[in-house]
Design a protein around this ligand. Structure first.
Ligand code: G3P
Ligand code: MG
Length: 251
């Protein structure tokens, strides 16, 4: 297996539950707590700007309403993406991938960019995010891992960025996923931790793939998964995990 540039613990959506997800404040939170790596979700505005947002619609994590794919970036940028979380984050914005990448690189942070296309925009999103990740991290020692549940998005990213490190996201790992991992030249299989069995970790490692699991917020479960040999875990419980496993923050 190739060297793995990620620590055992990765801050999910930037700062887990401690900051508004997928914002620069979230990245600052992960960094302030000593995390070296963050995961975040990327989709496109109506006018093709790559932004950080989990849901296909505004509302849960921002002011405003409507489908992200129908709103131009200018309108998305006017929304408050922090107030829903707590008053201290009022005024936080929906950030662009370009500004988040610049911030992470300036602070020595490692990134897992999850391509989370709006419905029907898989190829377009994979193409653009693949291009951006290739260019934004050009010349940097540690490259991002680009992952997605969408095989179409990963395929489009691979087409424009042959050297990009890719991760296939799935809920349940099935034997047929191996051919997708092979054809895309993936570095990792990223699956829900509840579905994983120790034999799956061994089988994936034997084939040269790293195993990442989401989203692990229980310390005992994290210990068990580590014993099985899981390479990295995404967590929303940044403080609890850090207290239990301080060494897991570092590569
Ligand atoms: O990338 C791991 C995890 O973030 C996938 O699920 O819904 O939290 O984006 P979700
Ligand atoms: Mg995600």
């Amino acid at each position: 297996m190739k060297a793995w540039p990620f620590p055992k613990l990765i801050a999910h959506r930037g700062g887990g539950t401690l900051a508004p997800e997928n914002t620069l404040a979230a990245m600052r939170m992960g960094h302030a707590l000593g995390y070296q790596a963050v995961e975040f979700d990327v989709k496109l505005s109506a006018d093709g700007v790559a932004i950080l947002m989990h849901d296909p619609v505004l509302g849960r994590t921002s002011t405003g309403s409507g489908e992200v794919c129908r709103l131009p970036y200018d309108e998305l940028a006017r929304q408050d993406a922090g107030l829903w979380h707590s008053p201290q984050f009022a005024g936080e914005r929906i950030p662009r991938l370009t500004e988040v990448a610049a911030w992470l690189l300036a602070h020595g942070m490692r990134a897992n960019v999850e391509i989370k296309p709006c419905p029907g925009r898989d190829i377009e999103t994979g193409h653009l995010v693949g291009n951006l990740c290739r260019d934004l991290w050009l010349g940097h020692k540690v490259q991002p891992l680009v992952s997605s549940f969408s095989v179409a998005a990963l395929t489009a990213a691979r087409r424009v960025a042959p050297d990009l490190s890719l991760g296939l996201l799935v809920k349940d790992f099935e034997p047929e996923h191996v051919s997708v991992l092979e054809s895309l030249g993936c570095a990792s299989l990223n699956c829900h931790h509840a579905q994983l069995k120790p034999a799956m970790v061994d089988a994936l490692h034997d084939r040269g793939y790293r195993v990442m699991v989401y989203t692990v917020n229980c310390v005992d479960r994290a210990s068990e998964l580590a014993v099985w040999g899981v390479d990295s875990l995404f967590t929303d419980s940044l403080s609890e995990m850090k207290s239990a496993f301080p060494d897991w923050l570092f590569v």
